[in-house]
Design a protein around this ligand. Sequence first.
Ligand code: ZN
Length: 261
Amino acid sequence: MSRPLIAPPALAAVVLAIACSSSPTAPTAGPTMSAFVQLTERFETAHFVLHHAPGDSVDAERCEAHLQWLSAYLGVALPAKVDYYKFREWEDYWAAVSPGTSLGMAQPGGPAVFTIQPFHAHEVVHLFTGQLGSPNSFFHEGMSNAFQNDPLAGDYEGRDHWSGLTFHDLARQARAAGTLPRLETIIDTDGFRSTPGAARPAGSFVRYLVDTQGVGRMKQTCAAVGWSDSRETVADTLLAIYGESLPELERAWLAFLDAGR
Ligand SMILES: [Zn+2]
């Protein structure tokens, strides 16, 4: 998550955004030009206002299918259509939205998404999580990874955009390699942000909790966990909602991962 946002001219009222940089191969070139002016093409669907450059495109059907599925699954509606700004190149995106290495941005207050992907489910999930509350990085990114799926293709698993693997499989790989972080070290924003790759186990753990304990409890979690809560406070919140300590929840999650090998 990154703040404050450098807001585009059309969205001056924005105060909060989530910048995502979970790619293991984040590009390193810097911004080279201002690009919002290139997004002259605009069309609307039921839930999106899509903006892109001439000759470029957005996969509106997949975007709509994902948003509609997620809205029904969570029982949450967004307050307005999503402005979806699709840039042609990284340089254009960085120049207009987020200099540096972020690979997508969601702006719950818009709502708006900024990306170079024609279908970017991860960022749309952030918009919904923002309707549930203002949880920390672990749960914001965990939710987005858990539900970056493709309902139009009949795929409801949370999959890594880059490898195509589920976040459960990525967590299993990390566990096999001895690099899976303990949840207590990443469950708070500071720990999460100082641990490279923390979004992957977060996605697996959030999805595990949703699938085994129900989406209602995860909605409660996103509403109750605060952005700057300490790891002790987050653990207390989880204990109150799930009736189990963080180590107990972690043991059950690890057993699930191991059973799926
Ligand atoms: Zn994200």
